[in-house]
Write a protein that binds this ligand. Structure first.
Ligand SMILES: NC(=O)c1ccc[n+]([C@@H]2O[C@H](COP(=O)([O-])OP(=O)(O)OC[C@H]3O[C@@H](n4cnc5c(N)ncnc54)[C@H](O)[C@@H]3O)[C@@H](O)[C@H]2O)c1
Length: 246
């Protein structure tokens, strides 16, 4: 028996990278997965998980689509126990040349998308006795670094959103925490960072980039009963990199 046996988990960004790996780890531990993505790749994730998952096509920047994905989970399984807001986008560049439209798009996906996930998770979880939310922020949301302006701003907002949900939804037995990755080897984000700037990935005390499944393992712990007193935490997943930067 896995330590998430019988739990219902909605995972955004489940078609790739940390979202896919998180879906796999949670399913390994017995959870049923509602795999959401905008790309269509969630269908492949579901196929690989066999009978332990269903797919939902979902643009997290659209509140109606996020709400519908969560309602699908409730219609199918009666409740959700875990909401994993993984999906996100990245872009770099000097902050003084940032266009308003680019910042808005970043906030629409990285902040509003996670806000919609958390908001609608709370809507259903408070009726069914509680649950756990995990939001993917970033080390960039905790510590500024050059050329990550719009991304860093959106991820810092996720930090405060996570903690606001933690203090407001705790009374419903809903916990809200954030994972703050350093460089994780994913097709979407980690590998391009590594390619452009290898020193960023190996500049941490462990001397390597993280693996997507290492994020999945942390997320599984956070949403499980083992993490039952962890609420409002911002957890770096960076091989100790943030200690060196502090
Ligand atoms: N990989 C890293 O080094 C790293 C570091 C810090 C933070 N993060 C954060 O971790 C999360 C996962 O990153 P990853 O590296 O696994 O990324 P990834 O690009 O491999 O996967 C992201 C997934 O999100 C989906 N997605 C994008 N926009 C969406 C939308 N509007 N609606 C629904 N789905 C959408 C994509 O289709 C993709 O499947 C992101 O929030 C990212 O900002 C990543």
């Amino acid at each position: 028996m896995g330590f998430l046996e019988g739990k219902i988990a909605v995972v955004t960004g489940a078609g790739s990278g940390m979202g896919k790996a998180t879906a796999q780890v949670l399913a390994r531990e017995g959870a049923i997965i509602v795999a959401c993505d905008i790309s269509g790749a969630q269908d492949q994730t579901v196929a690989e998980l066999g009978g332990k998952a269903i797919a939902a096509q979902c643009d997290i920047a659209d509140e109606a689509q996020v709400s519908a994905a969560i309602d699908l989970a409730v219609a199918k399984f009666g409740r959700i126990d875990a909401m994993l807001n993984v999906a996100g986008i990245a872009a770099g560049g000097p902050i003084e040349s940032l266009e308003g439209a680019d910042l808005k798009r970043m906030l629409d996906v990285n902040l509003m998308g996670m806000f919609f996930g958390a908001k609608h998770a709370v809507r259903v979880m408070k009726e069914t006795g509680g649950g756990a939310i995990v939001n993917w922020s970033s080390l960039a949301g905790l510590i500024p670094s050059p050329n990550s302006g719009a991304y860093a701003i959106s991820k810092a907002a996720v930090v405060m959103m996570t903690q606001s949900f933690a203090v407001e939804a705790g009374k419903y037995k809903i916990r809200s925490n954030a994972i703050c990755p350093g460089v994780i080897l994913t097709e979407g984000m980690g590998l391009p960072v590594l390619k452009n700037n290898p020193a960023r990935a190996i500049g941490n005390p462990l001397g390597r980039a993280g693996l997507p499944e290492e994020a999945g393992e942390l997320a599984a712990f956070l949403v499980s009963n083992r993490g039952s007193f962890i609420n409002g935490a911002l957890i770096p997943l960076d091989g100790g990199w943030s200690c060196m930067l502090a």
